[in-house]
Design a protein around this ligand. Structure first.
Ligand code: SF4
Ligand code: SF4
Length: 427
C-alpha cells in the first residue's frame, strides 16, 4: 500500500482528493484488513486475488477507470442494488458502487444531516465532503433511487456536490408499480444515452446481460460451496467477494471467482475447512455491509462461529437472481431487466414477504444453527422488519440474535459478549 500511495498521488491529486486526509484513510484500511483477513488461517489460495484487489483499492482500479474515461467511456456511480448495471455497461459505462463502510468527516456531515441518520448515508456523504473517495470523484453521473427516506433526502444535498440522477423506485410490487418501474427503466436509458452520448443497441444489451449474469453465476457457485461442513471458505472472505463485485472489472472478477469456486469444490472433496467442522453455523441478514465494514463477521468468526450465508445486499440479494437471457429485442430485454430488479426483496418495500421467505429458506439450505439480524442504527426499514424476520425464524425453529450497531468499533467488546452467548446457545 505504501508504494501505491506514492505511485498514484498525481492521479489522486488530479481527481481533487484531499491528499492528507486520503493518506490517513489509506493507512487505516490495511490495518483493518490485516486484523480481519490476513490473521485467518486455512484460507483458499484464490483469496490472494482479493488481497491484491484490496491492496490496490484506490490504485490500480482507479487507474483502469481513468484509462476507460480517456478512451471515451464513462463511469457511473450507484448506491443501491436496484440500479441495473447491465444498462450502464451496455452504454459503455463502468458501474461503481459508492456505499461506504467507514466513518469519515462526521463533524461536517452532521452540519448537513441529523445525527440520527444511518451510518451508511453519513459515510457516503462524509467520503464526498472529505474528498477521500476516488471512485465518487471519477463519476460522470451518480444514480440515486427513492428507497428509504434517509437516502432520498440525502441525494438532494449530495446533488449539490455531484451530478445526481434519481430513479423512482415504487415501494410495493403490484401491477401498477411494475408499470411505473418499467417506465423508470426507459427513463434511465434515456438519461444514460444523454450522458454517454451513445444509443442502446440490442447487441450491446444482450452482451452486458450475459456478462453480468456470468458474474452472478460465479458468485452463486462460490456461495453454494458454503453449504458444506466444514465450510471451505470463511464468511468474511465470501462477504469480501460480493463487496468487490460492485466495482471490479466484470470479466476478470468472474474468472477469479470461478477459480476460487473450483478450489472450494476441491477443498470440499478433500474435507478441508476454513473454519472447524463443529463451528456453530450462522446466517446473517439485514442492512448492507460496504467495504471496509467487516465488523460483525469478524466478531462472529473470532468468537468461534462460521457465517455460512448473507441475506444482504452485499450477499444473496446481489447474486441469487438473474436477468432472463431469452429476449431478442431491446424492449423484451428491458422487460427482463425491470422484472429481475423489482424482484429484489429490500425492507423498503411493504409488505415484504419475499425477504422473510428467503431468510428461512437460505438458513435451512445452508444448515444454519441460528440467524443474526444486523441493522444499522437509525435504519428504520431493517430495524422494524427484524420483528417479522424473528417471528418467521422462530416458527421455523431458528434462534435469532438481533444486533443494532454502526461503523464505530466502540461496541465490539459488548457485541462479542452477546455473540459468544448466542453461539454457545445454538452450538
Ligand atoms: S438495503 Fe435496500 S436501499 Fe439499501 S442498498 Fe439494498 S436494496 Fe438498496
Ligand atoms: S441502511 Fe437503511 S437507513 Fe441506511 S440507507 Fe440503507 S435502507 Fe436507508
Amino acid at each position: 500500500m505504501a508504494d501505491a500511495v506514492t505511485d498514484y498521488r498525481p492521479m489522486w491529486e488530479g481527481l481533487g482528493l484531499d491528499l492528507g486526509a486520503h493518506d490517513l484513510l489509506l493507512s487505516a484500511i490495511p490495518m483493518m484488513y490485516a486484523d480481519a483477513y490476513l490473521s485467518q488461517t486455512d484460507r483458499p489460495e484464490g483469496m490472494a486475488y482479493f488481497d491484491f484487489v484490496l491492496s490496490e483499492i484506490h490504485g490500480l482500479r482507479i487507474k483502469e477507470l481513468m484509462d476507460h474515461k480517456a478512451a471515451g467511456g464513462t463511469v457511473i456511480g450507484t448506491f443501491c442494488l436496484y440500479v441495473p448495471e447491465e444498462i450502464i455497461r451496455a452504454l459503455g459505462g463502468l458501474s461503481v458502487g459508492l456505499c461506504a463502510g467507514a466513518e469519515w468527516a462526521y463533524d461536517e456531515v452532521e452540519r448537513l444531516l441529523p445525527r440520527n441518520t444511518c451510518a451508511l448515508i453519513k459515510s457516503f456523504m462524509g467520503f464526498k465532503i472529505g474528498k477521500v473517495c476516488p471512485y465518487v470523484e471519477s463519476c460522470d453521473l451518480v444514480i440515486g433511487e427513492t428507497t428509504c427516506d434517509g437516502k432520498k433526502k440525502a441525494y438532494e444535498l449530495f446533488g449539490e456536490l455531484a451530478p445526481v440522477y434519481v430513479m423512482e423506485l415504487p415501494q410495493m410490487k403490484r401491477p401498477a408499480d411494475q408499470a411505473l418501474w418499467r417506465g423508470e427503466i426507459d427513463r434511465l436509458v434515456a438519461k444514460l444515452e444523454e450522458v454517454t452520448g451513445r444509443r442502446l443497441t440490442a447487441e450491446a444489451l444482450s452482451k452486458a446481460i450475459k456478462e453480468v449474469n456470468d458474474k452472478r453465476r460465479a458468485l452463486q457457485r462460490l456461495n453454494a460451496a458454503r453449504k458444506a461442513s466444514p465450510v471451505p471458505i470463511s464468511g468474511k472472505d465470501a462477504l469480501l467477494a460480493v463487496q468487490v463485485a460492485f466495482y471490479d472489472d466484470v470479466p476478470r472478477f468472474t474468472q477469479m471467482v470461478n477459480a476460487i469456486a473450483d478450489e472450494l469444490e476441491q477443498r470440499i472433496a478433500a474435507g478441508t475447512g476454513a473454519l472447524p467442522a463443529g463451528a456453530p453455523r450462522v446466517l446473517v441478514t439485514g442492512s448492507p455491509m460496504s467495504i471496509p465494514n467487516w465488523k460483525l463477521h469478524d466478531v462472529i468468526e473470532k468468537a468461534g462461529g462460521a457465517v455460512v450465508m448473507e441475506e444482504l445486499c452485499t450477499g444473496s440479494r446481489y447474486y441469487e437472481k438473474l436477468v432472463d437471457e431469452t429476449a431478442t429485442d431491446i424492449d423484451g430485454m428491458l422487460d427482463a431487466v425491470a422484472e429481475k430488479y423489482l424482484d429484489i426483496n429490500c425492507a423498503c418495500f411493504t409488505p415484504n414477504p419475499g425477504r422473510t421467505e428467503d431468510v428461512v429458506r437460505l438458513a435451512q439450505e445452508y444448515g444454519a444453527d441460528g440467524i443474526v439480524h444486523y441493522a444499522l442504527q437509525f435504519c428504520a426499514p431493517y430495524q422494524i422488519e427484524a420483528t417479522t424476520i424473528e417471528r418467521a425464524a422462530q416458527k421455523a425453529g431458528l434462534p435469532v440474535l438481533r444486533i443494532d450497531t454502526d461503523y464505530s468499533m466502540e461496541d465490539v467488546g459488548q457485541l462479542s459478549t452477546r455473540v459468544e452467548a448466542f453461539l454457545e446457545m445454538i452450538g
